[in-house]
Design a protein around this ligand. Structure first.
Ligand code: ADP
Ligand code: NI
Length: 217
């Protein structure tokens, strides 16, 4: 079983969105969900520690496009790490399925095992609530995108920006974050999501109001 200490080396510590602190939060949330749902803890722990490891490799290569495929890079990296530890092919495949199916933006492989659903939910819980807001703002700032810009009608309907419309943190909220609560699989995660979702919605609605110049108070 890979340790937390080992995993620290696989992630950047200067990345507020996908750094090691994100992995640790997902790891502890995934443990909590596993206990509530009866998932295989060893599979879930390994998957949580390895789930974004391919992202660091992509960042090292300086390639943003690679981030799109980071779950595949992470799954391959996971197989190498676990094979070196003597894991069976069957259990390695279970971990790889968790990693490959954890992306919201790629629904070509949906999480069908309980362990994959636990990892998916733990990762998505970290994209909503106060932490989710902080990560969305950090992502936008790092990319040189505004925190708020008014989304076009086209964006609201299709998720595609129009002309030189930026993809602000508020766009990310409207396109993805607001939907996450209803995409979760496990009852334990759905309960935790309620309050986080509401706090995030309150923040982004207030952000839009203030940015548009009509705060209620
Ligand atoms: P997924 O593949 O599941 O969609 P990502 O790894 O792309 O997840 O995103 C993870 C985190 O990064 C989330 O907190 C998300 O809000 C944030 N994020 C991703 N893309 C953007 C973006 N274009 N603007 C703001 N935040 C973003
Ligand atoms: Ni993640």
């Amino acid at each position: 079983m890979p340790t937390i200490e080992q995993a620290r080396d696989w992630y950047p510590n200067d990345d507020p969105v996908h750094g090691f602190d994100h992995v640790l939060r997902v790891y502890f949330m995934a443990e909590r969900l596993s206990q509530a749902e009866g998932a295989d803890l060893e599979i879930v722990r390994a998957a949580a520690l390895l789930h974004d490891a391919g992202d660091g490799l992509a960042a090292e290569a300086g390639d943003h496009a690679l981030r799109q495929g980071h779950h595949h890079a992470s799954a391959e990296f996971a197989a190498r790490v676990l094979a070196a530890e003597g894991w069976t092919q069957e259990r390695i495949s279970e971990v790889q399925h968790c990693i490959r199916s954890h992306r919201f933006r790629d629904d070509s492989e949906l999480p069908h095992s309980l362990e994959a659903r636990v990892l998916f939910d733990a990762d998505k819980l970290d994209a909503i609530g106060a932490i989710g807001v902080a990560r969305a703002l950090a992502f936008a700032v790092r990319r040189g995108q505004p925190v708020y810009a008014p989304p076009s009608e086209q964006f609201l309907h299709t998720g595609k920006t129009q002309g030189d419309e930026p993809h602000s943190a508020y766009h990310e909220f409207r396109f993805k974050l607001v939907k996450l609560k209803d995409r979760l699989f496990t009852p334990a995660a759905r309960i935790i999501a309620e309050q986080r979702h509401q706090q995030m919605v309150d923040f982004f609605e207030r952000l839009a109001d203030e940015a548009e110049g009509y705060p209620a108070t």
